[in-house]
Design a protein around this ligand. Structure first.
Ligand code: GLA
Length: 631
């Protein structure tokens, strides 16, 4: 009775427009992508960072053999992925893609050509095989690598080797006929940069109105880009009755893919391309590192492939190379080597071969590391391991001078009065336990990584921000996608300073955050800071996997002190398997946080919904303070 009065009073009951597409309707189930084979981040090798379009069979098979011989395959590096450069033409009589047999001789099986001999050899070696295509009609190489000897040949139509209108046919060819297990789907065929590049480089290509404008989310046709990538996922499901495929969405953080990619893909590129420079590594890392709530088993944030072995990460820069690898490991990035493995020196093999870091990356919990301390200079990133009291923590010095870094038990969500044990995952040394805090000297550009064990601060449960792999941001309440200003902005590797500078590019600003507000501030309600919790805009819905494990959900809820809307009241609701379990009173800016609890015994999916009276207003920023599941 009280509930209905409250609802009438602020006119925001179950939404008036409730329908199948209402994003705030409790789903009663987990809606993030569960198709494909990526319960842990994919591992392996890709030809691009090593060879660009100069890929060939000898390089691919030589690498495959090296992965086996060095033991890296046994450690999990199983996917051998061919990137751009493999195609010759699209045959016009039947639309079939023809392979460039000059560089892939085993594909010369007849006029049709086939990768089946190559994938069969990889499979016989215990490996898996990946291929590359584009969501549009043309590939990225056709814009940026137009002089390559491996650029597709023939008429305008013959050079349209991207998926375009051939999704079903090409996907069946790749997976059914050729036996691939992984596909990376790029997006140059539908973006404006490529349009410009093709025009200025004199190639003739059919005019195609771009769907993606890399520097304008408003001009980008987000629903259409999403629909096209969704259609590829559906084709993959049809072509792979055994579900054994990996779908890599390579739309470089454009089209707000950081919000929706997880619903369709297994690997979601969060930025433009990595280059082998420190500053560019920071850029791509940042594009994924602030988004732990948008990755979970089945779908991973992808800051692009490893560049260990090249440039700032070569054999003479092992500190940088180890940092790069440590960071990718702790944020659950796919571990795809980008080096000519036929000549990999031991110093590099030891980096990719760090079994402890690989184990952390592959931990079955799938919890991306969360930034526990953040600055432009130093970051502390903490990753919870499944089913245990252990964490992995990285102390990352981004700067060019040594730094004193204080690690606190609180960073680890461990009790400040109990000993914390650390094992160094690079040197393998066990350190003397510390209580409360300990200071480390971290060299310029160094990353120290430890496995940490201690007494959990929350003894009888888990904070949701510790277990992002069990949280799906089903709807983040963002009304107009905005670019994320927190990504490191380096001198653009392709144009240097011959521009006005690098602008924020990637949508996602205002999305759900672990232990921060949606805009990167400290969570606080009515002047009281909340050390942990989920910050999210109003008119949002989170799905949390309880799987019957915990008995109680509890949080301190309220409107955040930095809310962009100080007028609108909001309601917090907790659902269990689609049923309302608890609802707050209307909460306004300045109201002290209120305790909200629910019995979730036996519940599989807990949903956390925040509603705001007028959906057209600027959404308030809501705090699910200390949101936790308790035994
Ligand atoms: C784009 C992608 C890269 C690579 C190239 C190939 O730039 O982001 O990862 O696949 O295309 O041309």
């Amino acid at each position: 009775m009280r509930v209905s009065l409250v609802l009438a009073a602020i006119a925001l009951a179950a939404p008036a427009v409730a329908g199948a597409t209402d994003p705030l309707l409790p789903a009663g189930r987990w809606t993030a992508n569960m198709t494909g084979n990526a319960m842990t981040p994919p591992m392996g090798w890709n030809s691009w960072n090593a060879f660009a379009t100069l890929v060939d069979e000898e390089k691919v098979m030589g690498t495959a053999q090296a992965l086996v011989d060095t033991g890296l395959a046994r450690l999990g590096y199983r996917y051998v992925n061919i990137d751009d450069g493999w195609w010759l033409t699209r045959r016009q009589s039947d639309g079939r893609l023809i392979i460039r047999t000059r560089i892939f001789p085993s594909a010369a099986t007849g006029p049709d050509t086939s990768f089946r001999p190559l994938t069969s050899r990889l499979h016989a070696m215990g490996l898996k095989a990946g291929i590359y295509t584009d969501i549009g009609r043309n590939s990225c190489g056709q814009s940026y690598d137009i002089e390559s000897p491996n650029t597709p040949e023939g008429s305008v139509a013959e050079r349209e080797i991207g998926l375009g209108d051939h999704v079903e046919k090409d996907i069946r060819l790749f997976f059914g006929e050729w036996g691939f297990d992984y596909v990376k789907v790029d997006a140059c065929g539908i973006d404006d940069n490529s349009e410009r590049a093709r025009a200025t480089r004199g190639g003739t290509f059919a005019k195609y109105p771009p769907l993606i404008y890399r520097d304008s989310l408003n001009r980008t046709n987000i629903p259409e880009v999403k629909a096209r990538y969704a259609a590829v996922r559906d084709a993959l499901v049809r072509a792979n009755p055994d579900g054994d495929f990996v779908y890599s969405i390579c739309a470089w953080g454009s089209a707000n893919v950081r919000a929706w990619g997880k619903d369709y893909g297994n690997v979601i590129r969060t930025s433009d391309d990595i280059r082998p420079t420190w500053a560019r590594m920071l850029h791509v890392f940042d594009s994924a590192a602030q988004r732990p709530l948008y990755a979970q088993p089945g779908s991973w944030n992808d800051p692009d492939m490893l560049f260990v072995g090249h440039g700032d990460f070569d054999e003479t820069h092992l500190t940088e190379a180890k940092s790069h690898f440590s960071l990718w490991a702790i944020i659950n990035a796919p571990l795809l080597i980008g080096y000519d493995m036929r000549k990999a020196p031991k110093a590099l093999l030891d980096i990719w071969g760090n079994a402890d870091l690989v184990a952390a990356n592959q931990d079955r919990g799938g919890h991306q590391g969360v930034i526990a301390y953040d600055s432009e200079d130093v970051q502390i990133i903490v990753k919870t391991l499944a089913g245990s009291d252990r964490k992995v923590v990285a102390l990352f010095n981004r700067g060019i001078a040594p730094a004193d870094v204080t690690l606190m038990a609180e960073h680890l969500k461990f009790a400040p009065d109990a000993p914390v044990a650390l094992r160094d995952l690079w040197s393998k040394a066990r350190l003397d336990p510390f209580t409360g805090k300990r200071v480390f000297k971290v060299a310029a550009r160094e990353t120290l990584v430890f496995e940490a064990s201690g007494r959990r601060a929350l003894a009888d449960g888990m904070y949701l921000s510790e277990i992002p792999g069990r949280v799906n941001v089903a709807h983040d309440g963002v009304v107009r996608p905005q670019t994320d200003p927190t990504v490191h902005r380096m001198v653009n590797p392709w144009e240097g300073t011959a521009s006005a500078g690098t602008r924020p590019l990637y949508g996602g600003w205002g999305g759900a955050m672990a232990d921060q507000t949606p805009y990167g501030q400290t969570l606080a309600v009515a002047g009281t800071p909340l050390a942990t919790g989920i910050g999210i805009l109003a008119n949002s819905r989170l799905e949390v996997k309880n799987d019957g494990e915990f008995r109680r959900f509890a949080a301190q809820v309220g409107v955040d002190d930095n809310t962009p809307n100080i007028a609108a009241p909001v309601l917090f609701e907790v659902y269990g398997d689609g049923r309302l379990l608890a609802r707050s009173k209307p909460m306004r800016f300045g109201d002290p946080a209120a305790a909200l609890e629910a019995n979730v015994t036996g519940i599989r999916i807990v949903e956390l919904i925040v509603r705001q009276a007028n959906g057209r207003d600027v959404p308030a920023s809501a705090a699910w303070g200390a949101a936790r599941l308790l035994k």
